[in-house]
Design a protein. Sequence first.
Length: 95
Amino acid sequence: MTRQRGLFLLKVAEGQPFPRDDIVKAGYQVSRRDDFWEVALTDGQTIDPVVDLLRSRGLGLRHLEEKHHALEDIFIETVEAVEPVEPARRRPARR
């Protein structure tokens, strides 16, 4: 559960389109995180083909960072995946 998962944050130069669909077609999981793109690797994958794709398109890679998960992050992701999040219920005030 705590082993390192391959998760990378990427950002291309301003005004350049990130080829999300092509990266997904190549077998990667991609999601948007603010100004960054998060690319998740599965067993046996490396980030190299994604970087090669960006280079082949002439895109400027401005940020590439491997994201590390803390045990707390993994726990929260697991709980949220199993249990739907409900708004907090308020208890009636005691008088």
